[in-house]
Design a protein around this ligand. Structure first.
Ligand SMILES: [Fe+2]
Length: 180
């Protein structure tokens, strides 16, 4: 897809995030099976539903643009997911794997937050208010998911440390050190 003007740039970047969302659906289906913490599992399940809805919204965006949906291979998302898979495969305990999955999922969210923020700006500048609204809904779900993952990260880290035999006091002191 040649990028010859601002509309083509917008469509190229839309195709990138459209492809990224499809990659994420496949990844989440596998990660749900690999996660062991019930809260993390539920969070990933909820975001799988959200991601399918996000793809539907992107289909609506393509329709409003009067174009067929087009995927542009998203190397950035492929890289984040490959890195997460590689690291999770090295984990020697379920608790460590959960922490790696949660951290990797947060990186995914931040890639998407950046992509949607840029697309929303582009849509507004083109006077495409309805498209901006659809993209805004996706952005809000990514921000919600990032927030949930970041809130659950200390609990996952503490579970891993406890499983390693650290006393609650050791864990508490470590948390204070990290938080200070
Ligand atoms: Fe998404």
């Amino acid at each position: 897809m040649a990028i010859t003007n601002s509309t083509e740039k917008f469509c190229y970047e839309l195709g990138d995030v459209y492809n990224a969302e499809h990659q994420i659906v496949n990844a989440l289906e596998k990660l749900i099976g690999q996660a062991s913490d019930p809260n993390l599992k539920n969070l990933l399940r909820e975001h799988l539903d959200q991601t399918r809805n996000q793809i539907d919204r992107l289909d609506q965006v393509w329709t409003k643009l009067g174009r067929q949906p087009q995927q542009v291979a998203c190397e950035g998302m492929a890289g984040i997911l490959a890195e997460g898979n590689k690291t999770a495969a090295q984990a020697q305990s379920p608790a460590l794997r959960d922490g790696i999955i949660g951290g990797g999922a947060d990186k995914v969210e931040h890639y998407e937050i950046s992509s949607y923020t840029s697309l929303i700006m582009g849509a507004k500048l083109m006077g495409q208010g309805q498209i901006a609204d659809l993209l805004q809904q996706n952005l809000q779900e990514e921000q919600w998911m990032a927030q949930q993952l970041e809130q659950s990260a200390p609990m996952l880290a503490q579970k891993a440390m406890t499983a390693e035999g650290m006393t609650p006091q050791d864990v508490q002191q470590t948390s204070h050190t990290i938080g200070s």
